[in-house]
Design a protein around this ligand. Structure first.
Ligand SMILES: Cc1cc2nc3c(=O)[nH]c(=O)nc-3n(C[C@H](O)[C@H](O)[C@H](O)COP(=O)(O)OP(=O)(O)OC[C@H]3O[C@@H](n4cnc5c(N)ncnc54)[C@H](O)[C@@H]3O)c2cc1C
Length: 326
C-alpha cells in the first residue's frame, strides 16, 4: 500500500506537539505524492488520543499493550518492524526527540531503510522526497539525496512544521494485532520524573525577557530583571547563561530547556541558534536586540534593534518607568 507512516508520540497521557507537526507535514507530502497518510499510535489506554489523531489521517493503526504503556524502544521497534514489513510504506516519519533518537537508528538498520535524522524541511522533487538537515552545529544546510529504496525514514526536528492548519480527514481506526515473543527484561521503563519547576515557571509567563551570552557577565543581570519586573514578566535565558549558572536551568529556553509561548518575548544578546529558536519561535511577539544585524534571531523577530544591549536595556527601563510614573 502506498502510504506515509507517522509515528505519533505521547507522554503521560498527552499527545506531544511534534506528532501534530508531523501529521501536518505528512498531509502535505501525502497530497503531493498522491499517497495516504497513516498514523501509528502505540501505548496503553490511548483510545481518546486515537479519536483525536484519526481526524488528521486516512488510517490510524492502534496497538495497546502493557509493554507499550511507556516508551521503550525495544517493543516499539518490534511492532514497527512488523508494520513496515506488512504495509510497505514509502516513507516513515518520527520525531527527532529523545524517543525518536533512541528508536530510529536501530529500526532503520534492522529494516535496511535509509535514514535522515534531525530534518527541518522535506520537499518533493519529481519522484524523490528530499529532506534537509543542518550540519556542523548549524553552519551548513544539507540537501539529502537518499539512495534508492522502497522505503525511507526521516526524523523531524521539533518546531519545524506548524501544526496549525491541519485538515480534517477523519480516517479509520485499525487495531494492530501483534504478538510479543520476548519479555524485554533487559530494558525497562522505571519511572517518569517531572523536571522541577523551580522558583518561576517560564512556560506560564505572558512576558519573557530573555538573555543570552551577549549579556557578558552575571553582574549585568539586575538591569534585565528590573525591566522584566516593570513589564510584569520574568527573566529567561539561552543555554550558555544556564551553563554558566548565571540563571537556573529551569529558566533555559530551547530544545534542551523549555518550550515557551508568551505574548511577548524580548531576546537580548541571543544569536538565535536553532536549538534556542525551537523553544520560542511561536511567541506571539518577538523583539530581538543584538549588535550583529546578521544574527539568525532576526529571522523570527517581529521587531529588531541592532545595538548594544548595554545601552538598550537601561533606556528601555527608563522609558517604561517614565510611562508608569514609577
Ligand atoms: C544538543 C544541544 C542542545 C542545545 N540546547 C539548547 C537550548 O535548549 N537552548 C539554547 O539556548 N541553546 C541550546 N544549545 C546551544 C545552542 O547551539 C547555542 O550555542 C546557544 O543557543 C547560543 O546561545 P547565545 O545565543 O546566548 O550565545 P551566542 O551564540 O554566543 O550569541 C551571543 C549573541 O549576543 C550578541 N551580542 C554580544 N554582545 C552583545 C551586546 N553587548 N549587545 C547586543 N548583542 C550582543 C552577539 O552578536 C551574538 O549574536 C544546544 C546545543 C546543543 C548541541
Amino acid at each position: 500500500m502506498a502510504e506515509i507512516l507517522v509515528l505519533t508520540e505521547h507522554r503521560q497521557g498527552e499527545m506531544q506537539e511534534i506528532s501534530l507537526e508531523m501529521l501536518a507535514k505528512g498531509q502535505q507530502l501525502a497530497e503531493q505524492t498522491k499517497k495516504e497518510l497513516t498514523a501509528v499510535l502505540l501505548g496503553k489506554g490511548v483510545a481518546s488520543m486515537a479519536d483525536e489523531v484519526k481526524r488528521y489521517c486516512h488510517h490510524i493503526l492502534v496497538m495497546e499493550d502493557d509493554l507499550l504503556a511507556n516508551f521503550n524502544s525495544e517493543p516499539y521497534q518490534d511492532v514497527l518492524s512488523f508494520l513496515i514489513k506488512e504495509r510497505k510504506p514509502s516513507l516513515v516519519l518520527m520525531g527527532h526527540t529523545a524517543f525518536g533518537m533512541d528508536l530510529a537508528p536501530p529500526l532503520a538498520t534492522a529494516a535496511g531503510i535509509p535514514l535522515a535524522t534531525d530534518c527541518y524541511e522535506i520537499e518533493v522533487k519529481g519522484d524523490a522526497v528530499i529532506p534537509y538537515r543542518q550540519m556542523y552545529g548549524g553552519k551548513m544546510c544539507a540537501e539529502v539525496h537518499f539512495k534508492e529504496a522502497p522505503c525511507h525514514m526521516i526524523t523531524v526536528r521539533a518546531g519545524s512544521f506548524p501544526a496549525e492548519g491541519l485538515k480534517e480527514i477523519n480516517g479509520a481506526v485499525e487495531q494492530v494485532s501483534f504478538q510479543f515473543d520476548k519479555d524485554y527484561a533487559y530494558k525497562k521503563f522505571l519511572q517518569y520524573v517531572e523536571a522541577a519547576v523551580g522558583d518561576v515557571d517560564i512556560t506560564q509567563a505572558d512576558v519573557l525577557v530573555a538573555v543570552g551570552r551577549g549579556i557578558g557577565d552575571s553582574e549585568n543581570l539586575p538591569m534585565v530583571e528590573e525591566l522584566a519586573k516593570l513589564l510584569g514578566g520574568v527573566v529567561a535565558c539561552s543555554r550558555p547563561v544556564a551553563d554558566k549558572h548565571w540563571l537556573p536551568k529551569e529558566r533555559q529556553v530551547g530544545t534542551s530547556g523549555k518550550t515557551v509561548k508568551p505574548k511577548l518575548y524580548i531576546a537580548f544578546g541571543i544569536s538565535g541558534a536553532f536549538q534556542h529558536l525551537a523553544g520560542m519561535k511561536n511567541a506571539a511577539t518577538i523583539i530581538a536586540v543584538n549588535k550583529d544585524p546578521k544574527a539568525p534571531i532576526f529571522s523570527v523577530a517581529h521587531y529588531g534593534i541592532v545595538d548594544d544591549l548595554m545601552k538598550v536595556v537601561p533606556s528601555l527601563v527608563a522609558k517604561v518607568r517614565e510611562r508608569k510614573g514609577a
